[in-house]
Structure formats: C-alpha cells, structure tokens
Write a protein that binds this ligand. Structure first.
Ligand code: FES
Length: 111
C-alpha cells in the first residue's frame, strides 16, 4: 500500500484525500487548498492542530517532548473534549498504513 485514505472535516466541509506513506497530515490537508500550518512544521505556530478520535490514539506515534509542550499551551476545545479526542499537531503526523481511513478534524482558528 503506497497511499492511504484520510478523511478531513473542517466546519461543515468534509473531504477525502489520498496520502502517500510518509507524507504529513498537514501537507495532505493543504493539498486541496486548506490553508493551515504557517510555520511549515517547525512546531512554532499551532495553526496545524487537529483533533482525532481517541480510539485511534494507539495507532499514532507518541508526541515528542517539544510537541507535548506546544499541545499543553493550547486551550481546551469544548467541541472536542479530551475524553473523546486527542489533539495533535498535524505537521508531526505522517501517513502510515495503519492510519488508512482515519478521520481528522480541523478546528476553527484560535482568535
Ligand atoms: S505547522 Fe506550525 S506547528 Fe505545525
């Protein structure tokens, strides 16, 4: 399997994209013109944050210490409670065969 299917949800919009193994979820989301990830994956902006259903957490790599620090700075999002969702920086997550069919929620920007 060289490509996997990822489903994205942003506001009321839903779309699917085929990601290459090793491609970041941020890059895949931006393929269809969704603009986020301003720092280009340097863990400096938090605009690439996403929410993923907790049941997928075992399939995700553990966040690095730096990503953990960035995630801790983010306010809780009442629409995606921590008991149901895990928040991650999509620039740090790569497409892997285990993630085929994953749904990724892109929240509204923090104002
Ligand atoms: S792109 Fe800036 S933190 Fe991921």
């Amino acid at each position: 399997m060289s490509k996997i299917l990822i489903k994205f949800i942003q506001d009321k919009q839903k779309w699917e994209a085929m990601g290459k193994i090793g491609q970041s979820l941020m890059s895949l989301a931006n393929q269809d013109g969704e603009i986020f990830g301003y720092c280009g994956g340097q863990l400096a902006c938090t605009t690439c944050r996403v929410y993923i259903a907790k049941k997928y957490q075992p399939l995700l790599p553990k966040p690095t210490e730096i990503e953990e620090d960035v995630l801790c700075e983010l306010p809780n999002n009442i629409n995606y409670p921590e008991k149901d969702y895990v928040k991650r920086m999509s620039c740090q997550l790569k497409c892997t065969s285990q993630l085929n069919g994953l749904t990724v929620v892109i929240p509204p920007p923090i104002l």
